[in-house]
Write a protein that binds this ligand. Structure first.
Ligand SMILES: Nc1nc2c(ncn2[C@@H]2O[C@H](COP(=O)(O)OP(=O)(O)OP(=O)(O)O)[C@@H](O)[C@H]2O)c(=O)[nH]1
Ligand SMILES: [Mg+2]
Ligand SMILES: [Zn+2]
Length: 322
């Protein structure tokens, strides 16, 4: 046993090279995926150049925000290596999964006064972000509309739970929106996440005018039955420190959490996490056990949030379809 503070014993074996042998580091370029459309990618090199690139094998594994090594050559370059992710955010229903992005510093969860706050989707997105260990700030957009007071009152629930809620109107107060978001965006990569039509692309165009992301009247978008934004895209933010980036993502109408465990679900509800261990039974699932604090104490959780928790619980514990 070595004495603490004594010099380390000389190694008998030489140190292994940091990179696997056979790979020539000079032949690869570091880059970040800024758009993924099926098997077609756009990657941004460290000097800012954006290039088309392709997966090397059959499977297109990289997602927006991924760090990759590109094989040097003539574009489209092949993705030679996918570097380890800090985190990845996704949703999964019974049949398929959908990755939003990887390597996210913060989720900006966007809601809007019109057509209204969708608490089920918000609750689900909060759980998914918590499971991926990504902090969330809630944005309430379209505060110029007459529905603003009611929506503000609705969002008080999340303030009470400890989340920051920022009120915005991209249309009528763009400068205030920019000011309110600057501290969150500086030097960070933020992901705009939210239901379709809440104004994610409108906000992207405000903060990254070069994006020219398509936006659409809600009525047109809903009657056409599809979302205006169809893939996550990453944009640099001009005027902010280097490393500031914003990802615009396609709106969702459902948010499956089939990939989560029960303990991730319980952790994702802050009020359930806070009362951990206070039910009569140590392994209480908070559904119908006697002495459950969420049934006996009406202040422990709102009825709607408890119903959402139980609904997700049933979803993730039901057997897979045959
Ligand atoms: N009144 C009002 N309307 C807004 C505001 N911001 C955006 N909108 C409108 O809301 C509609 C939807 O905006 P988008 O930016 O396309 O919404 P999105 O969240 O990107 O939608 P998806 O791409 O389908 O997910 C457009 O008609 C916008 O002009 C706002 O601050 N106030
Ligand atoms: Mg959009
Ligand atoms: Zn319980």
């Amino acid at each position: 046993m070595g004495v603490p503070g004594s010099p380390a014993k000389p190694r008998s074996q030489p140190l292994r090279p940091a990179r696997p042998q056979g790979k020539d580091p000079a032949a690869t370029l570091g880059a970040r995926i800024v758009a993924a459309y099926g098997r077609q990618y756009l990657a941004q090199l460290d000097d800012g150049t954006v290039l088309p690139c392709l997966p090397r094998g059959k499977r297109a594994e990289a997602v927006c925000g991924d760090r990759v090594l590109l094989a040097a050559g003539t574009p489209p370059l092949a993705i030679a290596d996918l570097l380890p992710r800090r985190n990845v955010l996704w949703r999964q229903d019974q049949w398929r999964s959908k990755v939003f992005a990887a390597n996210i510093d913060r989720v900006l969860l966007v809601t809007a006064t019109y057509p209204g706050i969708q608490h089920g989707l918000i609750g689900r997105a909060l759980v998914a972000a918590d499971a991926a260990d990504i902090p969330v700030t809630l944005l309430l957009n379209k505060c110029d509309l007459p529905q603003a007071d009611a929506a503000r009152a609705d969002m008080a629930l999340y303030r009470d739970l400890g989340y920051d809620v920022i009120e915005l109107s991209v249309h009528t107060a763009p400068q205030a929106a920019r000011q309110a978001l600057t501290p969150l965006l500086s030097g960070q990569t933020c992901l705009l996440l939210g239901a379709s039509g809440v104004g994610k692309s409108s906000l992207t165009n405000l903060l990254a005018p070069q994006a020219q992301a398509a936006t659409r009247e809600l009525s047109t978008a809903l009657s056409a039955g599809k979302h205006t934004t169809t893939a996550t895209r990453l944009y640099d933010l001009p005027g902010l420190p280097p490393g500031s980036a914003l990802m615009d993502s396609p709106g969702f109408q459902t948010f499956g959490l089939h990939h989560l465990t029960v303990s991730q679900l319980q952790h994702g509800f802050v009020e359930i996490r806070a009362r951990n261990g206070q039910c009569r039974f140590q392994n209480c699932t908070h559904r119908n056990e006697p002495g459950c604090v969420f049934t006996t104490d009406p202040h422990a959780i709102t009825p709607a949030r408890l119903a959402l928790y139980r609904q997700i619980y049933a979803e993730i514990t039901s057997p897979p379809p045959r």
